[in-house]
Design a protein. Structure first.
Length: 319
């Protein structure tokens, strides 16, 4: 006769012994599933002495050019071992593309077997590598991400290797902190660094132009500026579009740019709230600092008609 779902069952001694083992050992469970889950995304990473890089795509599909991240090491990270760099590269890539991986099973491809082991075992013997792995695990736990790592030989890890070996970036420019402090005292406090990366940000909140760890958003031109006091040091080619956004959103920003008589200069002049502030000649640093930024100047501009009107009435001269 077939038993009903709610019927009582009598377990033999072997079944009781088996269940007792599971009861006693569950506190040591790593959190990983016994039955492997099907991977939904693939992340390929690499690291070098210059920096880190990685790219991602849905499992079984080709990746898109925009689905990648890279960056330079911070001064505090430059002395890390190769294993620490590789494991950090995984963490930073996952963090940069976090929204792509949320609630998914992610296959991590790495050419470093130590990294493979630390990802799969959720840690290891090294206290320092454990701290990196713990940060990675904590981030993935909160985002409901399950990582599974495999070894990918370096000779076929071409794209991630190229991303990690980027030596110079013309957008990697920032003001010297002391110069920025002067600007922040005059026009701040600023709430967001609108054109920055993890490597060169001057504020805790920043917007990057590509996926970047810790960025509050990607693409400054999609970021709502109402209620913000943005600090902006954009590539020169972005200035005309930025001026249009300032007008469209009717906001006030601090802009650092070269004092050139460019095509966009008349538009900038119409938005000035006060005379520009000329910056010292040695104001910038970064891998892109060799670009021509002569006559670097700080402009306080606004697209708010009321603020512009008040500023023009308060001034007896035109700039």
């Amino acid at each position: 006769m077939r038993a009903q779902y709610k019927d009582l069952m009598h377990l033999n001694s072997q079944a009781i012994e088996e269940m007792q083992w599971w009861h006693d050992e569950m506190h040591q469970w790593s959190g990983k599933a016994i039955i492997p889950a099907k991977c939904q995304m693939v992340v390929t990473t690499d690291a070098s002495s210059f920096g880190w890089g990685g790219w991602w795509r849905p499992f079984g599909l080709a990746g898109k050019l925009k689905d990648e991240a890279r960056g330079f090491w911070l001064p505090s990270e430059e002395g890390m071992s190769s294993n620490a760099r590789e494991l950090s590269g995984v963490k930073l890539t996952i963090e940069a593309g976090l929204e792509h991986f949320r609630n998914r099973v992610v296959l991590v491809e790495t050419d470093n077997k130590v990294t493979q082991a630390y990802v799969n075992h959720l840690g290891g013997r090294s206290p320092f590598l454990n701290s990196i792995a713990r940060g990675l695990w904590s981030m993935c736990y909160q985002a409901h991400i399950l990582l599974v790592a495999v070894h990918r030989p370096g000779k076929v890890n071409v794209r991630a290797d190229r991303l990690s070996r980027w030596k110079h970036d013309h957008t990697d420019i920032r003001l010297e902190p002391k110069v920025f402090e002067t600007i922040d005292r005059r026009y701040g406090p600023h709430s967001v660094d609108l054109f920055a990366t993890r490597d060169n940000r001057l504020l805790d909140r920043f917007v990057s132009w590509r996926p970047d760890p810790s960025a509050v958003a990607v693409d400054a031109f999609l970021f709502p500026l109402k209620g913000e006091n943005p600090y902006c040091f954009p590539p020169v080619s972005c200035i005309p579009r930025l001026l249009r956004e300032v007008l469209r959103q009717q906001v006030t920003i601090t802009l650092v740019a070269p004092d050139w008589q460019a095509a966009w200069r008349p538009d900038l002049n119409r938005l000035l709230l006060e005379p520009p502030l000329r910056l010292p000649s040695d104001s910038i640093r970064g891998t892109g600092a060799t670009l021509p930024h002569s006559n670097l100047t700080c402009f306080r501009i606004s697209g708010s008609y009321s603020r512009l009107s008040a500023a023009h009435k308060a001034s007896s001269t035109r700039w």
